[in-house]
Design a protein around this ligand. Structure first.
Ligand SMILES: [Zn+2]
Length: 331
């Protein structure tokens, strides 16, 4: 099989604010004298174990602690711009020819004196700087995290839409709802999703990651997204699979992430191959690569070596991702 790093890949589910290089966290920590929290010391040789998820989690808190270390490193405009630039550089080195990077202004802003405007501008400037240097296509997805205030997210969404009318015109392409799902709370998000749709943003929703196929069904019926993030709990539920097939919903699947957060017990149990072979519209993604010390090429290796997938599967997943991309095609 062709070298998987050089295989031309498309990635639709990659969190920019969940992918800060370890060296960059340490560097920014030193430069800006960042306090990463009690007991977290960047000069500790075991800092890596605090800032990255390297083994299946023992508790959700462990993973959240890692996210907050990344979050704290994005301390100002310059730091965020650097992280955005390095995300593009990492994608290029991963053999990615088209990427959609997602980020949550409300998450990055939490606990800092940074406006959504500054954050969004830093991301756009960093991505554009990356695109000047590396020949790939990129788009940005705005995340509304369910775990943070909806009122703040509505404000951040308005700010994103303002940028879409201006300097983010060519980059801002999508909207995402992320974090843990609450079955009974989904109606709360109808208005913000409608706001995004009206502005011509594609809509994707994290659903059925560690929950159930009923969550996916409710997500599809309530929010009518174009794509579902993860969605692996759909496997074996014929009724919901038929619904997803009928609506041609694209699934952004991230095997190692699902293993590390214990959504699947063993990587060999992961349903990605079955989902694809059942005709579901599936693509392969890395989710939070630097947080998890992986990249997209690693995910292709996992699929090949642990799940028995081959080049035909890979071609099909990239074709699916290409058709489901929110980036307008040039042709
Ligand atoms: Zn995700």
């Amino acid at each position: 099989m062709k070298d998987l790093r050089n295989l031309k890949k498309i990635e639709l589910h990659r969190h920019l604010d969940g992918s800060v290089r370890l060296d960059t966290i340490i560097d920014l920590g030193k430069k800006y004298n960042i306090n990463f929290g009690a007991g977290v010391d960047i000069s500790d040789p075991h800092f890596k174990n605090k800032a990255q998820v390297l083994e299946p989690m023992n508790s959700l808190q462990e993973v959240l602690d890692c996210f907050w270390i990344l979050q704290k490193s994005m301390v100002n405009y310059e730091a965020i711009k650097r992280v955005a630039f390095e995300n593009i550089e990492d994608c290029f080195n991963d053999g990615i020819e088209q990427v959609e990077l997602r980020f949550a202004p409300t998450f990055i802003a939490e606990g800092k004196k940074l406006s959504y405007e500054e954050i969004i501008e830093a991301v756009i400037d960093g991505v554009n700087k990356g695109l000047e240097k590396y020949p790939l296509e990129a788009g940005l997805i705005h995340i509304v995290p369910r775990a943070l205030s909806l009122k703040d997210s509505e404000q951040a969404t308005k700010e994103i839409l303002r940028f879409k009318e201006g300097k983010g015109k060519d980059l801002i392409v999508g909207f995402d709802l992320a974090d843990g799902e609450d079955f009974d709370q989904i109606d709360r998000y109808i208005s913000v999703v409608e706001m995004a749709k009206k502005a011509n943003l594609g809509v994707t929703v994290h659903s059925g990651e560690n929950t159930s196929s009923s969550h996916i069904e409710k997500t599809i019926n309530t929010l009518s997204p174009d794509r579902i993030g993860h969605g692996i709990k759909i496997w074996n539920d014929k009724k919901v699979m038929d619904l997803a097939l009928k609506k041609n919903i694209h699934f952004e699947v991230c095997p190692t992430s699902n293993w590390l957060t214990r959504c699947v017990e063993n990587i060999e149990d992961h349903p990605i191959k079955n989902m694809l072979e059942a005709g579901l519209n599936v693509g392969l993604n890395s989710d939070d690569p630097n947080l998890m010390n992986i990249d997209l090429t690693h995910e292709y290796h996992v699929c090949k070596e642990r799940l028995g997938m081959n080049l035909d599967h890979f071609k099909l997943m990239n074709k699916n991702a290409s058709l489901a991309s929110f980036i307008p095609s040039k042709g």
